[in-house]
Write a protein that binds this ligand. Structure first.
Ligand SMILES: [Zn+2]
Length: 129
């Protein structure tokens, strides 16, 4: 249920931005590492965001997992079992199969950019809708 936690964190951050600016978030650009299961995260953002975020577009950039292994391998790797409590344990070196490695990328969870509803503060000027 790692993604639930992450989705909650993202939504809370977006709520805070929306509250500070007094506008709805219409688009959120995220960078999410494969370790954080971007596809699953997207589903949870929808589910947990509910009606509050049903008009928000989530643009998710997937960041592949890359590792540096003790054997000298440097490059991409796959997460084998993401249901382990510590996702890093699920990554093995594709060259030697070992686990003595450090993760270079793939753990990201960033809100890169947020678009807010245009004209949310200009309520005085137009009431066409
Ligand atoms: Zn290796």
């Amino acid at each position: 249920m790692h993604e639930v936690e992450l989705a909650t964190r993202v939504l809370n951050a977006l709520r805070q931005i929306a509250a500070e600016r007094g506008a709805r978030v219409v688009e959120a650009n995220l960078r999410v590492g494969e370790i954080n299961e971007p596809s699953s995260l997207r589903l949870w953002l929808r589910k947990l965001g509910g009606a509050e975020f049903n008009s928000t577009r989530f643009q998710i950039t997937h960041i592949p997992i890359t590792i540096r292994c003790k054997c000298g391998y440097e490059g991409t790797a796959k997460s084998i079992d993401t249901h382990l409590p510590e996702p890093r344990l699920g990554i093995a070196c594709p060259k030697c199969g070992g686990h003595e490695l450090s993760v270079t990328t793939g753990q990201e969870l960033e809100i890169v950019d947020v678009k807010l509803e245009e004209g949310a503060r200009k309520r005085r000027t137009k009431k066409s809708r």
